[in-house]
Design a protein around this ligand. Structure first.
Ligand SMILES: [Zn+2]
Length: 369
């Protein structure tokens, strides 16, 4: 069965304005205006590579729609939603912290959340087996009352809530392989045993002081939040081991009816906003692990939603590897792969192994049905 693909020209029109990497440019602090790291180029090049490689023709288009206010309000306060609309209708602004956006951004952010919702609808209805939503802006840092880290609304969590409310799914897992902590997903579902939130990320990157292995859920949700804060420098060996030893056993235990992947491609060796060493074959491997456990527990239902990824050239190749894996086909080779795979320290290192062992101990506490 087919793999669905959500995209829309408007996603590339989300305007993060000028910045120095992620810092707002201003003469008073010496930051010269430049393209913001979260610009359209990385994602547009990903879509372009899907076309050039022939992959796009093998995917089933899934039309996005704007999420409704009621759907967004399952995760965000009305104050936040109304403030975003007011800023967007005026001259844009900052959605909270480090999240600049231009006029019209509100509607594009609704379309991003709605794009993941549309992917969920297609997968649950069975019109496609799985789906990749190449949406923008990203969502996994957005919190109930504010945007953070380039995110206005919590796309994946809004889609998980939609799966529960509209389709009656009882258990949904969100696996976040973006290199930054999925704080939004975590705090929006922290006391809720019906959503298993798993985040693998670089230890103490963004947000600061967030994503520790001890943040394990609370109340009825105790055990349903799993963080794997991998040390800087982790490569394919660490990611593969973390999936084999933590993510997959946790999913087997939780038995979700749908798996949503928050797919940041910023753990790559060439990303400017993190210090990890993943490459396209690494993403191929962890994606294959997710698909295999999905076959086992939820009829292969997987929605992958785009999050971060800031390497101008390499996001496209990592993304292509993920989409190829989902569709079960191969197209063109990654010309950067040999260089990235040859970097020293790709194998699992002892200090990485020790961290993974800490997270491994959490699997027994994941709530089983
Ligand atoms: Zn990220």
């Amino acid at each position: 069965m087919a793999t669905g693909f959500v995209c829309d020209e408007r996603y590339f029109w989300w305007d993060t304005r000028s910045a120095g990497l992620f810092m707002p440019s201003h003469p008073a602090i010496g930051v010269e205006p430049d393209a913001h790291a979260e610009g359209p180029a990385t994602k547009r090049r990903f879509r372009n590579l899907l076309e050039l490689s022939g992959m796009l023709k093998q995917l089933t288009p899934v039309e996005p729609r704007e999420a409704t206010v009621a759907e967004v309000a399952r995760c965000h306060s009305m104050e936040h939603i109304e403030r975003m609309k007011a800023l967007s209708d005026d001259n844009g602004g900052d959605a909270g912290e480090l999240t600049p956006f231009a006029p019209g951004g509100y509607e594009i952010a609704l379309l991003a959340a709605g794009g993941v919702i549309a992917a969920v609808d297609a997968v649950v209805a069975g019109t496609v087996r799985n789906a990749y939503a190449l949406v923008r802006p990203p969502g996994h840092h957005a919190e109930r009352d504010r945007g953070r880290g380039f995110c206005m609304f919590a796309n994946c969590t809004i889609a998980a809530r939609h799966a529960q409310a509209a389709h009656g799914l009882k258990r949904v897992a969100v696996v976040d392989w973006d290199v930054h902590h999925g704080n939004g997903t975590q705090w929006l579902t922290y006391d809720d045993p019906s959503v298993l939130a798993i985040s693998l990320h670089q230890y103490e990157n963004f947000p600061p002081d967030s994503g520790y292995v001890t943040e394990n859920g609370e109340g009825a949700g105790k055990g349903a939040n799993v963080n794997v804060p991998l040390p800087a420098g982790s490569g394919v060996g660490a990611y593969t081991a973390a999936f084999e030893r933590v993510v997959i056993p946790a999913l087997r235990r939780f038995r979700p009816e749908l798996i949503i992947v928050a797919s940041g491609l910023d753990a790559s060796a060439y990303d400017p906003l993190a210090r990890m060493m993943m490459h396209s074959d690494g993403f191929r491997d962890i994606c294959a692990q997710i698909l295999a456990v999905a076959d086992e527990v939820c009829d292969g239902r997987v929605v992958v939603a785009h999050e971060g990824g800031y390497s101008q050239v390499y996001v496209a190749f990592c993304g292509l590897a993920v989409v190829e894996t989902m569709a079960g086909v191969r197209t063109i080779d990654d010309p950067y792969l040999a260089m990235a795979a040859g970097l020293g320290g790709q194998d699992l290192q002892p200090h990485q192994d020790a961290m993974i062992a800490e997270a491994e101990a959490l699997v027994a506490n994941v709530p089983a049905p």
